[in-house]
Design a protein around this ligand. Sequence first.
Ligand SMILES: *Cc1c(COP(=O)(O)O)cnc(C)c1O
Length: 425
Amino acid sequence: MLDITKDFLIKNFNVNQEIIELSQKALEDVKDEFKKLDEIKEYNQMKVLSALQEERISEMHFTNSSGYGYGDIGRDALDRVYAKIFNTEAALVRPHFVNGTHAIGAALFGNLRPNDTMLSVCGSPYDTLHNIIGISGEENIGSLREYGVKYKQIELKNNKVDIELMKTTIKKDSSIKLVHIQRSTGYGWRNSLLVNEIKVIIEAVKEINPEVICFVDNCYGEFIQTIEPTDVGADLVAGSLIKNIGGGIAPTGGYIAGKESYVNQAAYRLTIPGIGGECGSTFGVMRSLFQGLFLAPHIAIEAVKGAIFCARIMELSGFEVLPKYNDERSDIIQAIKFNDKEKLIKFCKGIQKGSPVDSHVECEPWDMPGYTDQVIMAAGAFIQGSSIELSADAPIREPYIAYLQGGLTFEHAKTGILIALSKMM
Ligand SMILES: *Cc1c(COP(=O)(O)O)cnc(C)c1O
């Protein structure tokens, strides 16, 4: 680190000498991990480049359709580019998905019918899915349950999917139509599922009943490894464009990729039966969606480097972290256990303070729609709620774990983490 940089951290950001030294130690320790990530990044960059070239993307695809949006060639081409990247028959990439939850919801509602059973094999799914499934206690909001779709869940065993229990459950219950696999940790204290672990799960499902749809919630996972769940047999995946795959440029949206018939069913749910993905004007966002995708392999790795640096420096500061800095990763999330409500809140406030936008505002715990506990969210992002930008959030519940993710540049992630650590100490 240049002396001028150290001085800047001390004078402008109130970071003390001790934390700067910890930072240098942490950076030294993570060198090998960063090298491995650079290789993944290089491969994924080529994967995206090649998909764009094969689809002969040009200026004419940066469309700006209105009204029905019939024949929006940019929208249709981006679907094909995503399908190439995910190695699937089809994809549906739309700014009309309001978030990742919406894309996942469309995939589930589109493909499940009354008396079908959805089986979650990673324990409780991500908080915002509880209302979709109908396990939140909220009544009469049109959940899957209200439509007669049943739900079962298998708890993790030693933080791994319980494959044997999953197999017997599927064997015994022929109503199981869809298996829900969550790649990222969400608000859980576990490692993300590596794509090769997802492969083992899918093979076990298909061995018992090949008709079961293997659905993967791919949020936060894109471009962290060289393969995606669809490369190892996932029938359908969904995620958000304001996480990894939007590259920090996509202003909003979500995607679904997978077998054509399943993607079509999801499209009928996003719009309406008979219309599906053929309508939907794109208001001039196509350029951003293409450019964001192009940048995504780089940005996703910047973010994961921030997470690894955070893991190491927080560990050196005496906190328990998951994953550890040298664990293999499949998402961009870093969990830090504070065991202390005040420290947790201070850390999140510190991340807010280190943001390029809204650094002057204080974030506070609040009752967020879709979540059961109060949540504190530190995010000073160019795109509202974009968690590929540096952010930290935490449900206010014991043992007070913060989930840090994002960072459009590693330099920013690192600076933000140093500011947060200083504020907390
Ligand atoms: C972010 C996320 C979602 C969807 O969240 P949105 O905020 O609606 O985009 C779903 N599942 C997981 C695991 C996530 O990380």
